[in-house]
Design a protein around this ligand. Structure first.
Ligand SMILES: [Ca+2]
Length: 99
């Protein structure tokens, strides 16, 4: 049993509405258990100076398969009518108990 970690940055391409994007962290040996935490994020409206109604950045484990931990980033940045494009990044830190 040993603890290892990976930091993975996911680019959020320009678009509107709530986004769901999968990422993966690959370890050097079999992953027995894992957790994922939000390391940092930036979400930026394409148009300058928008008011905003909601901002979200979330990371969750989706699957652990052999050496790979798959996680899902869910994020959004929107004003009242969710029609304004934004882009940015979300960085996750995946910590694993490796065999
Ligand atoms: Ca709007």
């Amino acid at each position: 049993m040993a603890i290892d970690f990976r930091t993975v940055s996911i680019t959020i391409p320009q678009g509107t509405g709530r986004r769901s994007i999968d990422g993966a962290a690959v370890f050097n040996s079999t992953v027995l258990n894992a957790g994922v935490a939000l390391n940092g994020f930036a979400l930026d409206f394409t148009a300058p100076d928008r008011p905003f109604n909601v901002m979200e950045a979330d990371v969750d484990i989706v699957a652990i398969t052999q050496n790979t931990v798959t996680f899902r980033v869910e994020c959004q940045l929107a004003d009242r009518n969710f029609d304004d494009p934004y882009s940015g990044y979300v960085t996750a830190m995946v910590t694993a108990d490796v065999g």
